[in-house]
Design a protein around this ligand. Structure first.
Ligand SMILES: CCCCCCCC/C=C\CCCCCCCC(=O)SCCNC(=O)CCNC(=O)[C@H](O)C(C)(C)COP(=O)(O)OP(=O)(O)OC[C@H]1O[C@@H](n2cnc3c(N)ncnc32)[C@H](O)[C@@H]1OP(=O)(O)O
Length: 176
């Protein structure tokens, strides 16, 4: 279910953590930008840069999987629940050249207890461009303690000391 406080369709979704490889402002990261869609869906764009190559001039499959993973993770904003990837199955349908803007779309397909089933596609060059990658995924709902107990102390201490980061974590928590 789309949470009643979910951002309106078209609204840009923020960065959930500024050092995130997917959505943070990191020199080696993906720089992925996501927006809320209709229902429990999101759209996002990711431009493949030279640092994302596997074969000459082509995106690395792991970078494409990361872009799908990050887009699926952005569904958290619409559910206002913290979920992490349990399983991610990826189909690589077409090669993706460096310089391509990949247009991604992800949606929740079913929820059972803590399990959130979702799927995503990435298209070449335009929202209606040819499909290059597809994913089926299972995300699992966790509490904020998942990060506090498992993350390296250095980053967790810094995150807990940052009011903006705590605000983001709280926004996802059903019972903060
Ligand atoms: C203030 C400080 C803190 C700041 C916080 C900032 C806010 C953060 C906000 C938002 C963050 C979002 C980040 C998005 C980034 C993109 C997404 C990623 O890349 S996430 C990273 C990659 N993923 C992992 O690192 C998970 C590692 N795995 C685990 O930790 C555990 O395995 C976990 C939590 C996923 C499940 O462990 P269990 O012990 O809680 O639960 P069990 O009982 O094992 O599973 C629950 C159900 O799910 C099924 N399940 C689990 N894994 C499965 C799998 N791989 N395949 C099929 N089913 C699976 C199980 O069979 C079970 O099902 P049945 O309830 O019995 O029906």
């Amino acid at each position: 279910m789309r949470h009643p406080d979910a951002p309106a369709p078209g609204k840009p979704l923020g960065v959930h953590y500024d050092q995130c490889f997917g959505c943070g402002d990191q020199p080696g990261g993906l720089g992925l930008i996501a927006r809320a869609g209709e229902g429990v869906s999101v759209t996002a764009e990711f431009t493949v840069r030279s640092g994302h190559q596997g074969a000459p001039g082509l995106a690395h499959g792991g970078a494409l999987a990361a872009a799908l993973d990050e887009t699926l993770g952005a569904l958290n904003w619409l559910q206002r629940a913290i979920t992490v990837t349990g399983r991610l199955e990826t189909d690589f349908v077409r090669p993706v050249p460096v310089g391509t803007e990949l247009h991604l779309e992800a949606r929740v397909t079913a929820v059972h207890g803590r399990k959130v089933y979702c799927s995503a596609t990435g298209r070449l060059g335009a929202p209606d461009g040819p499909v290059a990658v597809r994913a089926q995924a299972l995300f699992i709902e966790v509490r904020v303690e998942h990060f506090i107990e498992n993350g390296r102390a250095e980053e967790i201490d810094a995150a807990l000391a940052d009011p903006d980061q705590v605000k983001v974590a709280r926004a996802f928590e059903v019972n903060p």
